[in-house]
Design a protein. Structure first.
Length: 281
């Protein structure tokens, strides 16, 4: 009978932020797979847990996934942990989870600390709808896709960032979404020097040009104003010659009446203004 994969959330800073269920599971499983065994050893030593450790990270996941799935199929139980927080969120654990489902292995999650949720709660930003983007991709095309979504998103967006890349990321975000977009910068969550600071993107970029970035950062950026986005779109349409705008819809098979309605909506004006302007041409 196959074993079970346990996704165990571990502290993101303060070692007390761990559940009794996770501690019991870490003691009872046959093996613990850790993103960074050196980091996990500190946690296990603190709680006097002697369970064997194996590494599972971005650079060995391809071969290790097969090995761990086989161990699970052979009946062993496995706990997966990340450096900090909830595994399979912005780390290679998601690959192991998919492989386990594909092999018919039971997977369960033991909830606990998560930097995304902790930062969002601290930020004071609107939390009803939010997008988690993690670290900005390094691949150019994927990065442009993420930034394109971010620029026009009306919901709160959350990014992770390392201190050595923070300045550049803030500059890119300010250029993409405008320097006036509000954000909260959270650093060293749950640790002694935990801090949440509120800026605009432009202010944050300027601040970290003058100040050294220390610790791990979570950036929570307010969504774009829907009215401002609408005005920007209308401005683009208004700059297009009216007849060209009409021809665009007529070429799609619309009749003249429906095309005028669509043009009026794009430009944010009454349909009679479009009618009058076309007559005057």
């Amino acid at each position: 009978m196959a074993g079970t994969l346990y996704l165990c959330a571990t502290p993101i800073g303060n070692l007390e932020d761990i559940t009794l269920r996770v501690l019991r599971t870490l003691r009872e499983v046959d093996v613990i797979a850790a993103e960074d065994t050196r980091q996990t050893v500190k946690l296990l030593n603190h709680y006097e847990i002697k369970t064997p450790l194996v590494s599972y990270h971005e650079h060995n996941k391809r071969e290790k996934t097969k090995v761990l799935v086989k161990r699970l199929l052979d009946g062993e139980s496995l706990a997966l942990v990340t450096d900090a927080g909830t595994p399979a969120i912005s780390d290679p654990g998601e690959d192991l989870v998919r492989a386990c489902y594909g092999a018919g292995i039971e997977v369960t999650s033991l909830p606990g600390a998560s930097a995304v949720i902790t930062a969002l709660a601290l930020s004071g930003m609107i939390a009803r709808r939010f997008t988690f983007e993690g670290f900005l991709p390094t691949e150019k095309k994927e990065r442009e896709e993420v930034l394109g979504r971010f620029a026009v998103s009306t919901c709160t967006t959350i990014f992770y960032e390392a201190p050595h890349r923070l300045r550049q990321t803030l500059q890119v975000l300010a250029k993409t979404a405008g320097s006036g977009r509000p954000l909260a910068v959270c650093r060293e969550l749950t640790k002694r020097h935990e801090e949440t600071a509120h800026f605009t993107l432009g202010e944050a970029a300027a601040y970290y040009e003058e100040h050294e970035a220390k610790g791990e950062f979570v950036l929570i950026v307010e969504g774009a104003d829907p009215n401002e986005l609408l005005q920007e779109r209308q401005k683009v349409w208004q700059e297009m010659p009216l007849q060209q705008h009409m021809e665009m819809y007529l070429s799609e098979g619309m009749d003249k009446k429906d095309a005028m309605k669509a043009v009026a909506k794009d430009r944010g004006v009454p349909k009679r203004e479009i009618y009058a302007a076309l007559l005057a041409q």
